[in-house]
Write a protein that binds this ligand. Sequence first.
Ligand code: PLP
Length: 475
Amino acid sequence: MDGPAASGTPGTSSAPGAPGAGDRAVGILGRQRARESSARTYARSFPIVPVRAKGMTVEGADGRRYLDCLSGAGTLALGHNHPVVLEAVRRTMESGAPLHVLDLATPEKDDFTDALFATLPGEFADRARIHFCGPAGTDAVEAALKLTRTATGRRGVLAFTGAYHGMTAGALAVTGRVSARERVAEGVAEVTRLPYPYPYRCPFGVGGERGTALAATYAERLLDDPAGGVAPPAAMILEAVQGEGGAVPAPDSWLREMRRITAERDIPLIVDEVQTGVGRTGAFWAVEHSGITPDVMVMSKAIGGSLPLAVIVYDQDYDAWLPGAHTGTFRGNTLAMATGAATLRYVAREGLAERAATVGARMTARLDGLRHALPVIGDVRGRGLMIGVELVDPAGPVDSCGARPAAPELAQRVRAACLERGLIIELGGRFDATLRLLPPLTISDEQAETVLDRLADAIAHASADRHQDKQGRQA
Ligand SMILES: Cc1ncc(COP(=O)(O)O)c(C=O)c1O
């Protein structure tokens, strides 16, 4: 599926790998570093200048090639520049369709809506309304929060530890990461933080099914406690698998409990499928594993087929907005609707969700098997092709759930060692100590093996280097 990158670099004089290409890359990196804000993110961890990409392979300006297990933070379900996506771009451009249309009705929007609704669980699709948002997941989260507040006339929101919902004010307020929220999100929304089941670092210190059951009991009892400090909320927002939170899958039983608890109390349930959607977890939508029907689904990333697109889809009973209640200039990206529709149909037609389940299970099992040889691997988890490997200090004390202290510095070393070996992986989770793998759903068996070979080698070398450095400091 993944071939060599095509030759020829548009708009450049020095082709990748050619004499001077390395200097050119260094120049670009230096200028960007000097001129971009200090909030630069991925560019810090991955000092590469991608100039071409195909499938899972990214080629840097210096001619080096990488297997991309970040996939645009889970956006590229089909990898880079998939023929289906390129064909949709070409067809739309050649048709003369307007590329920017505000939110006017277009054949592309009509077709995208058809394609998207065809993927939804039946009982949800039958009653669904769609709203096209500004083209980022975070704007769709804002829309979901606003919609449920308008519809219920309530203000507070229930959100979870470890959650990530985006960087705009409301989305940040429901995000868990304290360092991102400090000084900017406080007071924006009345958020009640509930414990998300996370067996390895169980919020109740017990882990397993008992920890999961306690998380549900705590939520229910808190809501029913007249002195619990929680007014009836406008919504509960959750991820079925926490992505940025470290690839932590919620047990299906807990999701069903959250659905029951919210339904019994007329609290709309918002499921944020921005990262989990479009086959990533081994089902087209992550809610399908548990069979729950949410009231609102938040979607972005892969639904645009590489281009920016974000929507909320919700039960018609909540359609309480006045015209213009969540408007915005860039809500009609014709190209993204065309590439999105093509991607959704391709993923469904080719059974890529099932493929993600199979390959993901195999990769997770092989990673789990490395734990004995590599005791820095504390936990391996995930669902489908959303995989997390939590690194720990094997010499640290064991807590009541059997977990050792997180090893964020080692995780950074492993990320860098992966890059040296031609593999792009990102970190996430508590203390940024979890290696996260989000390969495209089109990953071949051979590529999956290569990813794991490089990753295992990087972990082994980075932990040996760290051990040596530690001993050197102690000597
Ligand atoms: C679950 C979830 N929600 C929302 C967002 C925010 O999306 P965006 O970065 O497009 O604003 C993300 C981004 O990673 C996400 O993973």
